[in-house]
Write a protein that binds this ligand. Structure first.
Ligand code: NDP
Ligand code: X2W
Length: 352
């Protein structure tokens, strides 16, 4: 593909953790050209002053937000902002012809009533929200290819939904029995200063948070309900673990047929994800480690059965900043633009 054929792309919220991952990936992307970086408190600064290790590749200044300017210069815009901001920008960018990929929660919900019940704020863009497609390619690839607005999933929902989708889609579990126990590294909380994410608070410790009320619960439930064809509630408990990157979700559910074996489920999962190059189903007895996914767009899954309890146990590991956020958004970009889905996406972890 020639240099002139590259599609101009911008990132609003470039200084954050999602932003810098997008920058890193787009600099290596053969079909996209990074032409615009936007921000708030970082506006006016050279991106390389914030992230000097990328200075040899990038000489862009972070600009304050001017939607006219962005739409004139960019064909595709990533919004990597705190929740509650994208909905003030996306409708205008869409009206001006841009394709938009929102990494926040603003466009993950088809019902704004659900969104505002969990996230608060006022919304008047129900029609735009309904036009958005949930950006989990393994489940909604065809719809992503056909939209102008992608609501990219949260990190815990990505790990959890990939773990549970084959079971729900094929009616293999009692849908009211789903329990998700998940652990995340501290980068899940973003780059802004938060006391609980200080090294002295988070190191040498493991604790749950958001118990029975985390905002990813309704997001997981929305997609589970879509897969099952009826309303599904889940029990979801996240934990903060003293590491930087990675999520491990352990999902428990009761099998409708307690005679199903680990080998049966390995076959079912392998078939379900046969066209999904980023989901790796591990052979029996091998359980995923978060570090295997670090820096990649991969999701490692293993499925186990406990014949004593009749439960299935699914383990799912991703990098929260990659498959859980930025690289999944690039995967969606590739689909949206009708490019090869693997363009610009790393598939080898950087740990030994
Ligand atoms: N971290 C993760 O693992 C995941 C995060 N997400 C979601 O992705 C989004 C981005 O997350 P993350 O990168 O972690 O967040 P960060 O806190 O690291 O970054 C937030 C970015 O938003 C910018 N920003 C804040 N307010 C404004 C504003 N008023 N106008 C323009 N820019 C603004 C900041 O710019 P400046 O520095 O210039 O003020 C910064 O670049 C969030 O919605 C998050 O919930 C989704 C999946 C995983
Ligand atoms: C460790 C940590 O704090 N994780 C974040 C994950 C946030 C995320 O994935 O983003 P959205 O808010 O866009 O859904 C949390 O639990 O809120």
């Amino acid at each position: 593909m020639g240099e002139s054929a590259r599609v101009p792309v911008g990132i609003v919220g470039a200084s954050g953790y999602g932003g810098v991952q997008l920058v890193r990936l787009l600099l290596e992307h053969p079909a996209a050209e990074l032409v615009y970086l936007g921000g708030d408190s970082s506006a006016g600064q050279l991106f390389s002053d914030l992230y000097p290790h990328l200075g040899h590749r990038l000489n862009l200044v972070i600009e304050s937000i001017d939607l006219d300017q962005i739409a004139q210069r960019c064909q595709v815009v990533f919004l990597s902002l705190p929740n509650g901001l994208a909905h003030r920008m996306a409708p205008e960018l869409l009206a001006k012809g841009c394709k938009v990929l929102d990494l926040s929660a603003d466009y993950r919900f088809s019902s704004l009533e659900t969104y505002t019940a969990w996230y608060g704020g006022e919304r008047a863009d129900q029609a735009v929200a309904e036009s958005a497609v949930y950006g989990l390619p393994e489940l909604y690839r065809e719809r992503i290819a056909d939209t102008q607005l992608v609501g990219c999933p949260g990190c815990y929902p990505t790990a959890s939904l990939l773990a549970i989708a084959p079971l729900l889609k094929q009616g293999l579990i009692a849908s009211e029995s789903i329990i998700i126990d998940a652990k995340s590294g501290a980068s899940g909380g973003g780059r802004q200063a938060k006391t609980q994410l200080l090294l002295a608070e988070a190191d040498n410790s493991l604790g749950a948070y958001g118990v029975a009320r985390h905002r990813h619960t309704p997001e997981i439930e929305q997609i589970c309900s879509d897969l099952a064809g009826h309303d599904v509630l889940v029990q979801f408990t996240p934990h903060l673990i003293p590491m930087v990157r990675g999520i491990l979700a352990t999902v428990y559910a009761t099998l409708r047929d307690p005679g199903l074996t680990r080998e049966d489920l390995f076959t079912i999962y392998s078939a379900f994800y046969r066209t999904a190059g980023w989901v790796k189903i591990l052979p029996g007895g091998i359980y995923p480690q978060t570090k295997w996914a670090a820096g990649t767009n991969l999701c490692y899954i293993s499925v186990e059965v406990d014949p004593r309890t009749g439960r299935v146990i699914v383990l799912s590991a991703i990098d929260n900043l990659m498959k859980g956020q930025a690289s999944q958004a690039i995967q969606c970009l590739n689909i949206l633009m009708n490019w090869e889905e693997k363009l610009g996406l790393p598939n080898l972890c950087f740990y030994p």
